[in-house]
Write a protein that binds this ligand. Structure first.
Ligand code: GRF
Length: 203
């Protein structure tokens, strides 16, 4: 199977996929790492791992739709079976989402439906939450609103800052994201009109 990974930054989740493929936990090839940001540190990490990298800079496009069409065009030759958003910091429109519907996953660092959008850890702290976490979900046109597939929870500890909480959460991100991808590639997961299904059961 072929996986394309979209990043904007350091690419630690991308690295978790590289490691999972190397270990055989994920029987797949990463056919492409694409960034909207030419300065993304993850591009260097991917190149070091021998993976093809491409930059499609959103600043070169005058609308979200034209950028999304360029993304579709860039991915098409690689015929990915699965498209992974891993810290990809652009809001996508149906121009990109529809061609990949049902094989497009995102990871979001909150216990969705809590805290879609940015600054999730600070918002959890400000709300006095006793736990935080991360969600892998199918991507639909609703921002961070697609059906959840898997979540991991961590405690909020006394004295936590957004940074210390993020460090606790990211460890879980690197564990659950390749698991969700494996389920998808094994054909165990489906996006349906009523949500995500795993082995035929609603998640
Ligand atoms: C992660 O916290 C992810 O959940 C969020 O952006 C961050 C990306 O980190 N969407 P990295 O680039 O994978 O290290």
């Amino acid at each position: 199977a072929r996986i394309a990974i979209l990043i904007s930054g350091r690419g630690s989740n991308m690295q978790a996929f590289i490691d999972a493929c190397a270990k055989g936990d994920l029987q797949a090839d990463i056919c492409l790492v694409l960034s909207n940001n030419p300065d993304a540190a993850g591009l260097g990490r991917a190149a070091e791992a021998g993976i093809t990298t491409v930059c499609v800079n959103h600043r070169d496009y005058d609308s979200r739709e034209t950028f999304d069409a360029a993304l579709v065009h860039a991915l098409a030759p690689y015929e990915p079976d699965l498209v992974i958003l891993a810290g990809f910091m652009r809001i996508l429109t149906p121009v990109f989402i529809e061609p990949f519907a049902g094989k497009l996953l995102n990871i979001h660092p909150s216990l969705l439906p809590k805290y879609p959008g940015l600054h999730t850890h600070q918002r959890a702290l400000d709300a006095g939450d006793t736990e935080a976490g991360v969600t892998v979900h199918y991507v639909t046109p609703e921002l961070d609103g697609g059906p959840p597939i898997i979540q991991a929870r961590v405690p909020v500890e006394a004295g936590d800052t957004a940074e210390t909480l993020a460090q606790r959460v990211i460890v879980q991100e690197h564990m659950i994201y390749p698991i969700a991808a494996r389920w998808q590639l094994e054909g165990r997961l489906q996006l349906t009109a009523t949500g995500a299904r795993l082995d035929g059961e609603t998640v």
